[in-house]
Design a protein. Structure first.
Length: 89
């Protein structure tokens, strides 16, 4: 339990510094704990940073009725914007 708490603090620190994968990992951890509202918030942030796995997770949550249509649209739009921005020279 001590190592899990320490690991979580490291994921949180990295996420706060802008690491999309760490933010997505926090979302996955919240999903595992059944905290879907918190999971969606983390996943929305990482999807808007262009993290493909996050948009997949949001789609899954939406299809299971655990994320709203508005959250799905926000995540997809943010992901598409991020991908487009990365393509620009």
């Amino acid at each position: 339990a001590k190592d899990v708490a320490k690991g979580t603090r490291h994921w949180e620190s990295a996420a706060m510094l802008g690491d999309a994968s760490s933010r997505a990992k926090l979302g996955a951890m919240e999903m595992e704990d059944g905290k879907y509202d918190r999971a969606v918030r983390h996943l929305l942030i990482s999807a808007k940073m262009g993290h493909h796995g996050s948009i997949d997770a949001i789609i899954d949550l939406f299809l299971r009725g655990l994320a709203t249509k508005a959250q799905f649209a926000e995540g997809l739009g943010g992901y598409q914007d991020a991908v487009e921005e990365m393509k620009s020279p």
